[in-house]
Design a protein around this ligand. Structure first.
Ligand SMILES: CC(C)(COP(=O)(O)OP(=O)(O)OC[C@H]1O[C@@H](n2cnc3c(N)ncnc32)[C@H](O)[C@@H]1OP(=O)(O)O)[C@@H](O)C(=O)NCCC(=O)NCCS
Length: 177
């Protein structure tokens, strides 16, 4: 019988250090870099990185206008770190910046296997637990994989605007939870 893989969406913690750093190395080796988190700190002192994420989650020490964010990793079979999912439940409307409620990235070698779609579905369950009505997600430029993952989770295009910083078109998707 075929074995079913087990996926978990976990807040980043010390036991994930090696797997997380390995994922970052893969992004960099692929030439994508890792602009999503404080990886210099993660590499230097993972415990301090975890503490920083906990503070970020609780809104401690954030600059004005920056809302709390919880950072999760999607893990396969309790071992392989597949991607990172960031959740900002209190981001306020009217969503004019590039920061919606959710951001994510899947490591290059694990793409097109449905993990963004499944990780997003798991994060939407967390939004549901918080009694949110829905989430807003920005997609910068053309990003067929991200758009498809959002649409497979019931997302609908709400509007397209030029990004305030980059000038690139940002497509805003609303996903009911
Ligand atoms: C965008 C990203 C998260 C997609 O992750 P993924 O795990 O490959 O996505 P999924 O496997 O869930 O794919 C969802 C759908 O999009 C399709 N898809 C994925 N990548 C695609 C691509 N590059 N071009 C066209 N379709 C693509 C998949 O085939 C799937 O469609 P299907 O179910 O109809 O076959 C990943 O490519 C990534 O991390 N990119 C860099 C960071 C980024 O762009 N993050 C999103 C910011 S909005």
């Amino acid at each position: 019988m075929e074995r079913t893989e087990v996926l978990t969406l976990e807040e980043i913690s010390m036991p994930r250090a090696a797997g997380y750093l390995d994922m970052i190395d893969e992004f960099e080796a692929a030439g994508e870099g890792y602009p999503y988190n404080n990886i210099a700190l993660a590499r230097r002192d993972f415990a301090a990185f975890v503490r920083e994420l906990e503070d970020e989650k609780h809104g401690i020490g954030l600059p004005p206008g920056i809302v709390p964010q919880t950072t999760y990793v999607l893990v396969r079979d309790g071992e392989r770190v597949l991607g990172e999912f960031r959740f900002r439940p209190t981001v306020p409307p009217p969503f004019r910046t590039n920061n919606g409620h959710i951001g994510y990235n899947v490591r290059p070698s694990e793409r097109r296997k449905g993990y963004a779609t499944r990780g997003l579905a798991m994060l939407l369950s967390k939004a549901r637990e918080l009694c949110m009505e829905g989430v807003m997600l920005p997609v910068v430029g053309e990003n067929a994989g991200s758009v498809r993952a959002i649409e497979k989770n019931g997302g609908r295009l709400e509007r397209r605007v030029a990004g305030p910083r980059s000038g690139r078109v940002v497509s805003w998707y609303w996903v009911r939870v």
